[in-house]
Design a protein around this ligand. Structure first.
Ligand code: FE2
Ligand code: FE2
Length: 257
């Protein structure tokens, strides 16, 4: 059999391949988006597992340069207590980015999932969520690098934070696209406000951490705007309050553990 599968020697297809090809043909005949008919649940689930393992166990690699100037990296002028405070604050920010990975991954997974109520996979929403998630990977890499420079460790509870955020994201995503985007808007706004408070609390001399937090704050604000423009609905006030409470618990614990 040649590699092109010519008429002289047609390649044998498995039942699974035949089904996939048939579905593709049907979708083209009906002029439907392919994502509406392709059986992509397993792929989406495997991607989610892969993302969780990479977030928790593999050193993150950003696509953008860390906004820390090389000559500021070691911050020799920081006093021990300043370095300790910066380490605690950057650990909290690192946990926030671990949660961001979980949220965007689970919401993208939910967007691709076919609901029992007949909801169709929403590939456009999944792609938007994944694009924002890639920028969060930069944040994860920058905060991890800064923790290393400060001699601080990430939170010991990161698997727990990841699991909790993943569950919340999946829940929001399953409600529907408008709520899922509304959840993104509210989360990003709360993170932006939290980062603004860190600009006040970080030692004035810690320019390296401040540069990272400032860039993250700008990015989070943009993520919120983009989700708003994509059709987010306003979440009920009690839900926003519960999200604030959950964030408060997370930031308080992560400051120490
Ligand atoms: Fe972020
Ligand atoms: Fe963000």
């Amino acid at each position: 059999m040649d590699r092109t599968g010519s008429r002289d020697s047609p390649p044998r297809r498995s039942a699974q391949e035949t089904t996939g090809v048939d579905m593709l043909r049907q979708s083209v005949r009906r002029n439907e988006p392919i994502s509406h008919t392709m059986p992509n649940h397993t792929d989406a689930l495997l991607n989610a597992v892969d993302s969780a393992l990479r977030t928790l166990f593999v050193p993150p690699r950003g696509t953008r340069e860390c906004p820390t100037l090389p000559e500021q990296a070691s911050d020799p002028a920081l006093a021990p207590e300043e370095s300790q405070l910066s380490g605690a604050l950057m650990r909290v920010n690192h946990v926030g980015e671990v949660c961001a990975q979980a949220l965007y991954t689970s919401q993208a997974l939910a967007a691709r999932w076919t609901g029992r109520n007949g909801a169709r996979p929403n590939e456009a929403l999944a792609l938007q969520l994944e694009a924002a998630g890639r920028e969060e990977t930069d944040h994860l890499a920058w905060t991890q690098a800064r923790l290393d420079e400060l001699g601080a460790r990430p939170s010991l509870l990161n698997p727990l934070w990841y699991a909790g955020a993943f569950g919340l994201g999946l829940l929001a995503g399953r409600v529907g696209p408008g709520v899922s985007l509304g959840f993104v808007v509210e989360t990003e706004r709360q993170v932006e406000a939290h980062l603004a408070s860190h600009m006040d609390r970080l030692p004035a001399k810690d320019q390296a951490s401040r540069a990272i937090v400032a860039q993250m704050k700008d990015d989070e604000a943009r993520h919120a705007r983009e989700a708003q423009q994509a059709g987010a609905v306003e979440l009920p006030i009690p839900v926003k309050g519960l999200m604030r409470l959950a964030a408060k618990i997370m930031t308080t614990v992560a400051h120490r553990i």
